[in-house]
Design a protein around this ligand. Sequence first.
Ligand code: FES
Length: 238
Amino acid sequence: MIVKIKRFDGNTERIDTFDIDIEERTTILEVLEKIKNYFEPSLSYRAQCRASICGTCAVKVNDTHILACKTKAKDMAKDNTIFIEPVSNLPVIKDLVVEQSIFYIDKLKKAKPWFEPKEQFEPVYPKDLEIYDKETDCILCGICYNVCPAVNTDKEFSPINFVKIFRFWKDKNDKLQDERVIIANENHITSCIHCKYCSLSCPKNIPVETDILQIEFYGKQKGYIQQQNQGFGFGFGF
Ligand code: FES
């Protein structure tokens, strides 16, 4: 298989090409490991768990954002070729390594992505957990951020924030409850353009755009969300 990799050394970009043997089950991460171990030791990329848990190995392959450890190379190949490049919407540090603190720290902390327990806990049943079960799967890989057009027009916006807000808003033992929706407004929820790229790209199949829609619908009905924020400014009006 022909593997092209976009490289960046801090100053200049180039594309390196490798011709390697792969098997049916070889993942994109294994391709990168093979290239680093046998051909190009200076190649930089992130990966830790190799099991779709840590969220560090997101890359773009043939124009599609994927987790490298979860995706087979053969499934991504076109004409027996794959082109691997860093994810979009984040500055590149070196090769496939990007600056993640923008969404991971700077923006995410504004969503209060932690549980605020009530004094008295209510019993939680499986039907309660089902409501936010998918959202608990979020591994902060950032792919929803990488594919989101709105993050380029509203620098405050980040789709991940609303996955976290939804998860705790729907937890009946979280004491913030509707305050979570006010936080969503402060996080510029109306800058979402409902393109659904986030939901379609999420490797954990989290319905990110539907979460945003639900928070926005409820917030507008309750008067917590009125104004359009920055961005394209044509989110759904309820
Ligand atoms: S290496 Fe952890 S998600 Fe891929």
